[in-house]
Design a protein around this ligand. Structure first.
Ligand code: ATP
Length: 133
């Protein structure tokens, strides 16, 4: 089966690099499946799981949003933070989730920190989900 090179990169360095048969992402506009030969494109991603399929095996990477770039020979995902499922510290994510929920309970909806807490909660839930895959 044909494969395409995929890399997931953060400001701290590369998190994932491999040749895969298919990449599935959650763009802002909805789910996208990318196979070798896909047309070039750029799309912003949701806080979500990236699914990488190869040789009957599926790997998962949690991304905190970011940008997907599809080029003829390579798919690149640039994100502020990203973790492969095995590297996720579930205890830490559970604590982050509790902190965010506490902040959301305390704050008024018009507070600018409310949005920040919502995003922190989404990141934590995403990490917990991806770690369980
Ligand atoms: P926390 O409050 O626990 O720091 P956060 O969502 O604010 O969570 P980020 O700012 O998204 O954290 O990430 C900061 C750095 O910590 C990134 O390098 C990210 O990959 C890493 N990181 C955050 N949470 C986890 C986790 N649960 N397991 C592994 N790495 C994590």
């Amino acid at each position: 089966m044909k494969t395409i090179k995929v890399s997931v990169v953060t400001p701290d360095g590369p998190v994932y690099e491999s040749d895969v048969e298919m990449v599935s992402v959650k763009a802002e506009s909805g789910e996208l499946g990318i196979l070798p030969g896909h047309i070039p494109m750029v799309a912003p991603l949701q806080i979500s799981a990236v699914r990488l399929k190869n040789g009957g095996k599926t790997e998962f990477v949690a991304v905190s949003g970011g940008l997907l770039e599809v080029r003829p020979e390579q798919v690149s995902i640039l994100a502020q933070a990203a973790e492969v499922s095995e590297d996720i510290d579930v205890e830490r994510a559970l604590k982050a989730k509790e902190r965010a929920e506490q902040r959301l309970r305390e704050q008024k909806q018009d507070n600018i920190d409310f949005r920040r807490a919502e995003l922190a909660l989404q990141r934590a839930i995403n990490r917990i989900n991806v770690a369980g895959k």
